[in-house]
Design a protein around this ligand. Structure first.
Ligand SMILES: C[S@@+](CC[C@H](N)C(=O)[O-])C[C@H]1O[C@@H](n2cnc3c(N)ncnc32)[C@H](O)[C@@H]1O
Length: 198
């Protein structure tokens, strides 16, 4: 067995044992351990939240804030979490999210990913386009000084997207948590200190 397969199996087994719905949960747990973006009172919005691993981590870390998830797929209920079903490319979904939040969010999470076709540049373009939607939502819902984590697929459009993101946050870092498969092209953009326009 290759080391990377062993790592994937390790996190899969751990998520079953610890009651997380996805291996992805450990990606957010590791990112939060490094960047401390989930606080007890944080209001959190999670874009592309199914099956709900990140929501579980967010709910445990932010005992007193609102946690709202959005996905095009159904997500089984999680206590203390509001789940909205909808497509983030549809303005109706964004309006529903803003209405449900009824205030500002401290943290926006986005692990959004298209169904991958295997054609690398097509998947990259589609994923970055979804991440752009998440960034637009972040600019609508985040409080000044708020933070975001945005999944991105590596590729030629990433540099431009990062520049766009840097217009709205005081610091933007690219990182890959240990729980993310080494051979996958996903990275996470950690965006700190939201400002409307820099
Ligand atoms: C990698 S999964 C997220 C895993 C999640 N973070 C977890 O821990 O369980 C990516 C999600 O993005 C969702 N997604 C893709 N396109 C979307 C869209 N246009 N609107 C809303 N969600 C979308 C998919 O349905 C999928 O559930």
């Amino acid at each position: 067995m290759k080391l990377t397969d062993a790592k994937r199996d390790y996190f899969r087994k751990l998520s079953k044992e610890e009651g997380y719905r996805s291996r992805s949960a450990y990606k957010l747990a590791q990112l939060d351990k490094s960047y401390h973006i989930l606080k007890a009172k944080s209001n959190v919005v999670d874009i592309g939240c199914a099956p709900g691993g990140w929501l579980q981590i967010a709910r445990r870390a932010t005992s007193r804030g609102k946690v709202i998830g959005v996905d095009i797929l159904n997500v089984a209920p999680i206590e203390g979490v509001t789940i909205l079903k909808g497509d983030i490319e549809d303005t109706h979904t964004i309006n529903l999210l803003i209405q449900t939040l009824n205030g500002k969010a401290d943290t926006l999470l986005s692990d959004v990913s298209p169904t991958v076709s295997g054609i690398w540049n097509v998947d990259h373009a589609k994923q970055i386009s979804l991440s752009e939607k998440s960034l637009t939502i972040a600019t609508k819902v985040l409080v000044r000084g708020g933070n975001a984590i945005l999944k991105v697929f590596e590729g030629e459009l990433l540099k431009e997207f990062r520049k766009e993101t840097e217009k709205h946050f005081s610091r933007v870092l690219l990182t890959k948590p240990l729980a993310s498969r080494q051979q996958s092209s996903e990275l996470y953009m950690v965006c700190l200190g939201f400002e409307y326009n820099r």
